[in-house]
Structure formats: structure tokens, C-alpha cells
Design a binder for this molecule. Structure first.
Ligand SMILES: Nc1nc2c(c(=O)[nH]1)N=C([C@H](O)[C@H](O)COP(=O)(O)OP(=O)(O)OP(=O)(O)O)CN2
Length: 136
């Protein structure tokens, strides 16, 4: 029996959407108010979902306490109350869009969760804007 187990988390972070190799005018045209050079913040809501076989002995796909600890240590510690452009090395040369943040989170967690389980990341940048990434 395959089941999906999900854990919610959140972090607050600042960012600016822009490309260093574009002019201010081009960045403004493409990214608008998200290109504010003084940055802006979001209350990101994160859902991490793990799908796999239910263990016959424990009844678990993954212990939610273990999943929660992994998210705290590897995602919240790295992103919470940070300026993503300036403080987080993964975004030094990668525009911190919701798509890219979800991709980075997936890659950070993928290596920590058993390879026979599927991993899916849903990231809400605002209550109405969210992305989903499950690899590939
Ligand atoms: N595909 C993407 N589009 C946009 C992203 C993104 O990461 N991926 N990011 C932004 C801005 O950073 C920001 O999220 C937009 O904020 P805002 O326009 O305020 O969004 P809201 O939905 O909260 O506001 P509305 O009032 O509903 O317009 C832009 N695009």
C-alpha cells in the first residue's frame, strides 16, 4: 500500500527578482515591483510530501518527526529570516523565484530521504501563488 505523508512548514525571507546580466530597465520590464533593489519579503508556506510503501511493522511511510526535523535543520535554518539573494549561497547566481526555491529545497531534501520514496515540494510564495516540484 502506497501512501503520501505531508508536513507543513514555513519561513520568512526577503528577495529580489532580477538578472545581473540585464539592465535595470529590462529587469523592471520583466520583474516589475519584484525587482525592487531594496528587496521585499514573503511568508513562504512549504508542504513537503513523501510517497512510499507503508512499513508493515511501524505503519509509517516516514516518521513525521524525522521529516519535521529534516525540514527544520536543512530548510528553515538555511532560509528563515534570510535575504535569499545575499545570505543563501544557492541563490548567488540563481534568481530566487518560487520555482527556483522549490527546486533548491527538493534537491536539499532528496539526498536525505530514502531513494525508494517519492518527494514533492509545494511552495506558497503568497496565499494565491504557489509552485510544485517533484524532480525532473
Ligand atoms: N512564475 C512566477 N511568477 C512570479 C513570481 C515567481 O516566483 N514565479 N514571483 C513574483 C513576486 O515575487 C511576488 O510573488 C508577486 O507578489 P504579488 O504580485 O504581490 O502576488 P499576490 O498574488 O500576493 O498579489 P495579488 O494581489 O494577488 O496580485 C511575481 N511573479
Amino acid at each position: 500500500m502506497r501512501v503520501t505523508v505531508s508536513r507543513k512548514a514555513h519561513f520568512n525571507a526577503a528577495h529580489r527578482l532580477y538578472r545581473k546580466d540585464w539592465s535595470m530597465e529590462k529587469n523592471q520590464e520583466v520583474f516589475g515591483k519584484c525587482n525592487n533593489p531594496n528587496f521585499h519579503g514573503h511568508n513562504y508556506e512549504l508542504i513537503v510530501s513523501v510517497t512510499g510503501e507503508v512499513d508493515k511493522e511501524t505503519g509509517y511511510v516516514i516518521d513525521t518527526k524525522i521529516l519535521s526535523d529534516l525540514i527544520k535543520e536543512h530548510i528553515e535554518e538555511a532560509f528563515d529570516h534570510k535575504n535569499l539573494n545575499e545570505d543563501v549561497p544557492e541563490f548567488k547566481d540563481l534568481n530566487p523565484t518560487a520555482e527556483h526555491i522549490a527546486y533548491i529545497i527538493w534537491n536539499k531534501l532528496r539526498v536525505l530521504i530514502a531513494s525508494d520514496k517519492e518527494l514533492e515540494i509545494t511552495l506558497y510564495e503568497t496565499p494565491r501563488n504557489f509552485v510544485t516540484y517533484k524532480g525532473n
